[in-house]
Design a protein around this ligand. Structure first.
Ligand code: ADP
Ligand code: ZN
Ligand code: ZN
Length: 751
């Protein structure tokens, strides 16, 4: 027998290896060390094949160097998940594992690394060392610092101990190792009583639990307006599933959300909770991976990649804010975690809940096709009422504010109507949230004399003007796509004029101006804090926590935030939400832009009136007659989404067509276009795909590289995949593709 091994190399195949006579055959799902060219790689055994079936001539077959694992670390379900991902996203199996597995696992570290502990044997003292054995003594002292119980091997290695010395000291009988097994987890119990469900919640919980009792897969779209109590539905569905000893996985969009989410689940259940996110250290990730695999973790809250973890006994998957763009991975293996969640639901025969107030058109389409069961929550839980939305026509209004005391004028980008509403809200002791999806001071630096604009030398993009806050205010220009930074020139590089003007409104500028109006004790009787929430102000560790705590005190304040504030936060004191220019996205060229813009607007609007007091939402617009905007404001998200679906159907776009996008990146557009043309030329004969392109990518030049793209659309998903599976590896092998970066994006998020 030979073993077939998936290796982390960008080749669309697995590799056959022999086993030395006398050695046992490594089981499927074990890691092995193998020679590959001049290197040694670690791979996963994915199959056993008879020697006669190998396509490699016997004399050319190599032998594995050694088996890393005794027992499989990849169970059959995880293996078939990896194989499905490789097939569906047309990505090499070995590279799928490279995305799926924690770094330490890929490096071949033993699974018990974290539970292997070392301690000094009783009665061993310093006198047991020969005076000349400096190094040994020094290593021994490191262990001594940990006292009687010693420490885990991982910790010791991190502190600078060397593995050979651990072994040598053990051979000399001075130290010993032991395995610290984790105790099996106790049954999850209720830490706090559940709420009384309202009728719609009750219906949803009953339906979802039926699937659990029947031990079968069902995908649910929990379509509930913001504040309708989706989390309470999750909690009450989880309870019997956890009590049955099963694990529950909750996917959340972003790390910023996890502390609040954790608190909500931890206050209901007493059990082992694990948080999985990209900010974890390698050891943490490996520990989390093991805890999920062994069943030690009972409630798992994680971002996108946790859908690729192994689970001992999974009973339920919840995808919270299922519409969120962060569920799609935008590089390497471009998977969509909500889709993978549905696949895993089928694999494990368990219910999957996609919860959101703004379902994607894809998910609504799956409901239409009978592939998802829809549960709707149309009323807000508790006493909160949905906040009405109102349009403010900004075309004829000035957005300049003049301070009555010193006459200074500020451009706030906000009409008088908005400013009045803000003032009233603050004076009523409530909070205001202003959504502005642009961080920095201003998006453009413009020469007033000749029209020159500060552009990024590496991208097709303007540089954003930034002012750092704090004692030393300094200003600089920055590209938000490649992070290029430059000083603000003293004069225009084209015409020499010193009339350089920051144009447009970023969160810093808006916060500054609002501070001048509402936060300055010299000009205003009553002052209010202005809290800026964006990537710049929350970059530092814990800064988001601090901001969140300040908001939670409930004192009147103005929050100015980018789309970070759209993500499911509970701000009970916010009663007024302002969207000064959010509807601009309706004009964008990307066909998904209206959908995303509407989702964002509804999500931000949903932050209003979540407490006892009623809320309202003011949308300031320069296009008050835009039919899309009117539809959304008058009829709400669902009917807006239905209209978009009808348009997509008419135009033959997803979800009525299945899409794959080829992106090509290189040093010159001529090369990238040529490669894509060559790719089109080798498409299978008689294919039934619509081929659009090659065209220049929306941002053609980025980071000094040029981007072209090619879109393939198919009526039939199976046909698309059939074409791709032969064609794509060939495209990568084309001579025109050399020195270029090509990627395939199945079900792309946009184009
Ligand atoms: P969503 O996730 O749908 O936006 P949440 O789950 O955050 O809504 O719920 C909004 C608020 O309503 C929370 O404060 C929650 O505690 C409360 N709530 C949820 N369900 C009920 C219920 N059945 N009775 C009373 N309050 C509820
Ligand atoms: Zn100029
Ligand atoms: Zn740039």
């Amino acid at each position: 027998m030979l073993v077939q091994v998936a290796l982390p190399v960008p080749l669309y195949r697995v590799f056959d290896y022999r086993i030395d006579a006398g050695n046992t055959l490594p089981q499927i799902g074990c890691r092995v060390q193998v020679p590959f060219g001049r290197q040694t790689l670690i791979g996963i055994v994915v199959a056993h094949v008879p020697l006669a079936d190998s396509s490699i001539p016997p004399e050319k077959l190599k032998t594995i160097k050694q088996a890393v694992d005794h027992d499989p670390i990849i169970d059959p379900k995880l293996l078939s998940l990896a194989q499905w991902l490789a097939r569906y996203y047309h990505y090499p199996l070995g590279d799928v594992f490279a995305v799926m597995l924690p770094t330490l696992i890929r490096q071949g570290k033993p699974l018990d690394l974290l539970i292997t502990h070392w301690r000094i044997k009783p009665n061993v003292t310093d006198d047991d060392f020969h005076p000349s054995a400096h190094k040994q003594k020094q290593q021994f002292d490191m262990l001594k610092l940990h006292g009687k119980r010693g420490a885990s091997e991982e910790v010791l290695l991190m502190e600078g101990m060397e593995r050979p010395f651990l072994q040598r000291l053990e051979e000399k009988g001075l130290i010993e190792h032991y395995i610290e097994e984790k105790a099996p987890p106790a049954q999850v119990s209720l830490a706090r009583m559940p709420l009384d469900l309202h009728h719609e919640q009750q219906v949803a919980v009953t339906r979802i639990l039926k699937a659990h009792q029947d031990k079968c897969y069902t995908g649910f779209l929990l379509n509930g307006i913001t504040g309708s109590g989706k989390t309470e539905v999750y909690l009450q569905v989880m309870q019997p599933i956890l009590e049955a000893g099963k694990q529950v996985l909750i996917l959340v969009p972003e790390i910023g959300l996890t502390p609040q989410t954790r608190a909500r689940f931890a206050s209901r259940f007493a059990g082992n909770m694990v948080m999985l996110h990209s900010g974890m250290s390698n050891t943490h990730r490996m520990q989390g991976w093991q805890d999920c695999r062994t069943g030690h973790a009972q409630i798992i809250i994680g971002t996108r990649s946790s859908i690729l973890y192994p689970f001992a006994d999974l009973g339920l998957i919840i995808v919270d804010e299922a519409h969120d763009a962060s569920y799609k991975q935008q590089d390497t293996l471009r998977y969509q975690a909500a889709d993978v969640a549905l696949y895993r639901g089928v694999q494990h025969q368990i219910p999957v809940i996609l919860g959101t107030a703004t379902p994607t058109l894809e998910h609504l389409h799956l409901v239409d096709e009978g592939k998802l069961v829809e549960c709707t929550l149309l009323t807000r839980a508790g006493r909160a009422k949905p906040a009405p939305m109102q349009l403010i026509d900004a075309r004829l209004e000035s957005t300049h504010y003049q301070n009555s005391q010193d006459g200074t004028r500020y451009d706030t980008g906000l009409t008088d109507k908005l400013l009045t509403a803000i003032r009233q809200t603050l004076e009523a002791g409530e909070q205001v949230l202003i959504f502005l999806n642009r961080r920095g001071y201003a998006p453009i630096l413009l020469c007033g004399a000749c029209g020159w604009q500060a552009d990024c030398p590496r991208c097709d993009a303007h540089l954003t003007v930034h002012h750092t806050q704090g004692a030393e205010r300094s200003s600089y220009l920055k590209c938000h796509h490649c992070d290029w930074q430059a000083y603000i020139p003293a004069a225009c590089p084209d015409c020499g004029s010193q009339n350089l003007d920051a144009r447009g409104m970023g969160t810093t500028r808006l916060s500054d101006n609002l501070h001048a109006i509402f936060g300055n004790p010299q000009t205003s009787k009553q002052t209010y804090p202005i809290i800026q929430i964006d990537r710049d102000t929350t970059r530092r560790k814990d800064s988001w926590e601090k901001i969140y705590q300040q908001i939670s005190q409930g004192k009147p304040a103005i929050l100015v935030g980018t789309q970070m504030v759209a993500k499911g936060h509970h701000f009970p004191s916010v009663t007024l939400v302002c969207l000064p220019n959010a509807d601009r996205g309706f004009l964008s060229a990307d066909f998904r832009s209206p959908e995303h813009t509407a989702q964002l607007m509804i999500q931000v609007a949903g932050r209003a009136g979540r407490g006892d007091k009623a809320g309202r939402v003011l949308i300031q617009t320069l296009q008050p007659e835009n039919p899309l905007l009117l539809k959304l404001v008058k009829d709400g998200y669902l009917s807006f989404a239905r209209q978009l679906l009808a348009e997509r159907k008419l135009m033959g776009l997803p979800p009525y067509r299945h899409a794959a996008l080829v992106r090509c990146e290189g040093k010159a557009l001529s090369q990238t276009t040529q490669a894509l043309r060559a790719a089109i030329a080798i498409l299978p004969a008689k294919h039934q795909l619509a081929v659009l392109g090659p065209i220049d990518a929306p941002m053609t030049k980025k980071n000094s590289r040029y981007h072209s793209q090619l879109l393939l659309l198919a009526k039939d998903r199976a046909h698309l995949h059939q074409c791709l599976s032969h064609w794509w590896p060939q495209v990568l092998g084309l001579s025109e593709s050399k020195y270029l970066r090509l990627s395939l994006d199945v079900d792309p998020a946009g184009w």
